[in-house]
Ligand binder design. Structure first.
Ligand code: CTP
Length: 384
């Protein structure tokens, strides 16, 4: 179980850190909290003590080496919210409270999530301090745009809990894909018959988004092209939307030269209406649809593969391994993940990872876990 130290400073967004600590505990992290004296004016230490199940540190009290002990204890250290005052002191090495002293005693990169009024945040002195912290190797989670507690609208809102959690995962993972560019497609395409009706499927995007999350945590630069999705979007990842097969095909081809690794996970319509009706088809007319074959995006990528590593998925109802192997060869792929339709739109995943010479079976994994398996195989097969 990884140990997360949460630093809380005196800003109104401190109340949001209560949700963060709760989420961390739900994700089975061990959590300790260190607060600046002013943070306690916004939220009581007792709140964090109750949520974290651990003593909250605000001063040295009876533990004179608390800063050293906390710094040594932590696997990762996130300061959220981080006021402009604290971040400026961090940039200068000032240590006039327990949180700042702990940060100085901590020898890994800090995760700093600033929150402030827009004008304060944009102040050149603060921006310069942020750049200094970045140059020192610390991670800055950019605040979000929105309505602030001061009722102004602008940049300065503390990043939401999901983004904070994502950075915690990022900070804890090894970086076997550092410097690699990973390009992923996911979700379902839609082929419109008329302005309201379409042909599509149940893909949620969960698998592709999980691949994107893990690839980012492992240090890759990640780009995703997604059709229709219901799964939560991965934070800090470039996301391009495409509706139809044709749109997805264009977006893939425009971005392919950027990629070191291409993973085609999208559930693409094989059949598209021969004509799209401009106005809504009236039911009294009855309907016979003529469908034609759409472009096979992955096959086209296989033809333009060059030295990039290309991964496909195969959805099979019978002869899974045999058919997947056939697709691997015919589409000129380096790897293929074979699964059955019950994985579509489902939270769990079972199937096989195949290359020309290897075969790995996995069973009932969460999509995040199967993303790890797949990317581990990718790492084993590409030159790093
Ligand atoms: N694929 C694609 N373009 C299509 C159809 C599929 O790029 N028009 C990709 C899928 O994203 C997947 C792989 O090709 O990575 C295999 O898709 P699958 O649906 O299993 O097989 P198909 O190639 O469509 O062949 P079939 O339906 O005959 O099994």
């Amino acid at each position: 179980m990884s140990k997360v130290l949460v630093g809380i400073t005196g800003g109104i967004a401190a109340y949001k850190s209560a949700y963060l600590v709760r989420e961390l505990k739900k994700a089975e992290f061990e959590v300790k909290v260190v607060m600046t004296p002013f943070a306690g004016k916004f939220v009581s230490p007792m709140t964090f003590e109750t949520l974290s199940g651990n003593k909250v540190y605000t001063d040295w009290d009876e533990e004179p080496l608390a800063h050293i002990n906390l710094a040594r204890w932590a696997d990762t250290f996130l300061i959220a919210p981080c006021t402009v005052n604290t971040l400026s002191k961090l940039a200068c090495g000032i240590a006039d409270n327990l949180l700042l002293t702990t940060a100085l005693a901590y020898d890994k990169p800090l995760i700093i999530a600033p929150a402030a009024n827009t004008v304060m945040y944009k102040n050149p002195a603060i921006q310069e301090n942020i750049n200094r912290l970045r140059d020192m190797g610390h991670m800055i989670i950019e605040p979000e745009f929105g309505v602030l507690a001061c009722e102004e609208v602008g940049e300065g809102k503390l990043a939401d809990t999901e983004r904070l959690m994502d950075w915690i995962f990022y900070s804890l993972e090894d970086k076997p894909l550092r410097g690699k560019k990973i390009f992923i497609t996911c979700g379902a395409t839609r082929e419109y018959i008329d302005p309201v009706r379409f042909i599509s499927n149940d893909a949620s995007g969960e698998m592709g988004f999980s691949l994107a999350r893990v690839a980012r945590w492992w240090g890759a630069e990640v780009k995703v092209i997604a059709g229709f999705t219901t799964a939560k979007e991965p934070p800090e990842v470039e996301l391009i939307r495409a509706v139809s097969v044709e749109e997805m095909f264009r977006a893939v081809m425009e971005n392919l030269s950027w990629a070191d690794v291409f993973i085609m996970n999208a559930a693409v319509s094989d059949f598209i209406p021969a004509t799209k009706h401009e106005s809504k088809i009236k039911k009294k007319e009855g309907l016979t649809l003529k469908l034609v074959k759409g472009v096979d995006i992955l096959r086209e990528v296989g033809k333009n593969k060059e030295d990039r590593f290309v991964v496909g998925f195969a959805l099979e109802t019978e002869n899974i391994l045999e058919n997947a192997k056939k697709k691997l060869r015919e589409k000129n792929l380096d790897m293929i993940v074979a699964n059955t339709p019950d994985s579509i739109g489902s939270k769990s995943h079972k199937g096989f990872i195949l290359t020309e010479n290897t075969l790995e079976e996995f069973d009932s994994l969460s999509k995040l876990e199967s993303a790890r398996r797949i990317l581990k195989r990718v790492c084993d097969n590409i030159s790093l």
